[in-house]
Write a protein that binds this ligand. Structure first.
Ligand SMILES: Nc1ncnc2c1ncn2[C@@H]1O[C@H](COP(=O)(O)OP(=O)(O)OP(=O)(O)O)[C@@H](O)[C@H]1O
Ligand SMILES: [Zn+2]
Length: 481
């Protein structure tokens, strides 16, 4: 299944490009991680489901994968365009807690979601504050030629690198909307790579630097961790589509400066050869965002009785470059689809694994491989998986091997899931499963004696306790809480 060459959409060129690794046999990937000032919302988690599918696909294709995801615990301002307060400082002040405690709490919450969504652990979770020295060194190296100092910090002059903003296809003249209030900047798009602590203030997080006490800029962090851990150029840099506009163009500008600007090709001096961006999860009201206050957490989905992998399924059902609109109905449909698949996988669980390259599966295997190689087309790959499950009169071991291979790429963990696992107990539920089963037996007996009044009364009383009775459900789920 793994022969078709992998094509990925490169935001730098806005074209599909064949993946050819920088280092033979290897794939080095950096994904912008969460800013741990709050719980991640399910939109944030879409970015990591996408990066995970990318990583799994590269592993499946035989590349030795090194995936880095960072944890941003300093430097990300409330406005990506370099204005406002540090998100971490602001939350710490609001909660009257130390930034370190805030970071720890929300990093752990993020990791819990990562686990629940079957997102594989990266080679390293690089924590921004562990790399301050390296950040200062990086900044020192480019400061003379590319930066200037203002009272508020060290600024990067975007006119010193060729083609600034090419990733965003942005016009950088004034009036374009990325201007902020810092007086003295040479160009509207210039950004702080080091922010000085204002005179007379102390911050919870501040370090010494040649430009005074302060903290690194958010863009600097990712440039430095990418370079330190993967080396320039590495293969793929990922993030949400919002990063295509400011964060990644700024990272690229720093990387160009670090690599010496001229001489090198665009792919080489950008730090990474391929830049990939997932589109947003949106609600009717617009992009889901932490900053807007109200947002959906994975835990809330679970509290309402939706298994977290139903959300992963929902993500897989949409191509990562398409916007995905969240709805409870959509999530319910994804859960039902997952249930069907899990039930079809059930009988294969105990089969001894056979060889997956059976002729009966060849066309389906090719369809799956072509879909994944076509810029990670998971919606079609899912259909191929269902088609493989539907193949009749074939040895269970062979089928098991085919499904296992596909599942290793899609990451639903099908062989570890049972029908019962998928039935989560909603948080507010009062009735126990045993009570429900007992009531349903009573109802069955009533129906056998044609006592429909009692049968209806039982159904109604179960309904009042939040239990929906589903007579004749094709999946064999007699009830739902
Ligand atoms: N609605 C969304 N859908 C998909 N990806 C998203 C969405 N919102 C943010 N992302 C991505 O999630 C990842 C983590 O983002 P981060 O933790 O920095 O969020 P944030 O910018 O602090 O929060 P927000 O933008 O939600 O207020 C980034 O790659 C970002 O691009
Ligand atoms: Zn980043």
């Amino acid at each position: 299944m793994t022969q078709t060459p992998l094509k990925l959409f490169n935001s730098l060129t806005r074209e599909l490009e064949e993946f050819t690794p920088v280092h033979e046999g290897e794939a080095r990937v950096y994904s912008c991680g969460p800013t741990v000032y709050n719980y991640p919302h399910i939109g944030n988690m879409r970015a990591y489901v996408f990066a995970d599918v990318l990583g799994r696909t590269l592993s499946w294709k035989g590349y030795d994968l090194t995936h880095i995801i960072n944890i941003t615990d300093v430097g990300h301002l409330t406005d990506d365009g370099d204005a406002g307060e540090d998100k971490m400082e602001k939350m710490a002040a609001q909660k009257a807690q130390s930034i370190w405690d805030i970071a720890k709490h929300y990093t752990e919450a993020y990791w819990a979601d990562v686990k629940a969504l079957n997102i594989r652990e990266p080679a390293k979770w690089s924590v921004a504050t562990d790399y301050i020295e390296e950040m200062v060194d990086f900044a020192k190296g480019i400061a003379d030629q590319h930066c200037y100092e203002l009272d508020s910090g060290l600024y990067f002059d975007v006119s010193t690198v060729a083609d600034y903003g090419r990733l965003a296809r942005a016009v950088t003249e004034e009036g374009e909307g990325r201007i902020d209030t810092v007086a003295g900047k040479r160009n509207a798009a210039d950004f702080a790579i080091w922010r000085k602590t204002p005179a007379g203030e102390t911050r919870q997080m501040e370090w010494d630097s040649p430009w005074g006490k302060g903290a690194p800029g958010w863009h600097l962090e990712c440039s430095v961790m990418g370079e330190k851990l993967l080396g320039f150029p590495f293969d793929i840099h990922t993030g949400g589509i919002d990063h295509r506009e400011i964060h990644h163009p700024n990272e690229i500008a720093q990387n160009q400066a670090f690599c010496g600007c001229g001489g090198l090709s665009e792919a080489t001096n950008s730090g990474a050869k391929i830049w990939m961006h997932n589109n947003f999860l949106v609600e009717r009201s617009g992009k889901m965002s932490k900053s807007s206050g109200e947002f959906l957490r994975l835990q809330l989905l679970m509290d309402r009785g939706y298994h977290p992998l139903a959300y992963r399924m929902m993500c897989l059902q949409a191509h990562y470059r398409r916007e995905l609109e969240f709805s409870w109905e959509g999530l319910g449909a994804a859960l039902t689809r997952l249930k069907r698949i899990v039930m079809a996988v059930g009988p294969l669980k105990d089969a001894a694994s056979g060889a997956p390259d059976h002729p009966k599966f060849a066309p389906i295997g090719e369809k799956f491989a072509a879909a994944m190689a076509d810029d990670l087309n998971t919606p079609i790959a899912l259909v191929a998986l269902e088609e493989a499950l539907a193949v009749k009169k074939v040895d269970a071991g062979i089928k098991r091997a085919v499904i296992a291979e596909m599942d290793a790429v899609l990451g639903l963990g099908l062989f570890d899931l049972s029908r019962a696992d998928l039935r989560l107990r909603p948080e507010g539920a009062t009735i126990t499963e045993e009570e429900i089963e007992a009531e349903l037996i009573r109802r069955k007996q009533a129906r056998m004696t044609k006592d429909f009044a009692t049968s209806d009364a039982i159904r109604e009383s179960l309904g009042e306790k939040g239990v929906e009775v589903m007579d004749g459900d094709p999946l064999g789920w007699d009830w739902k809480l």
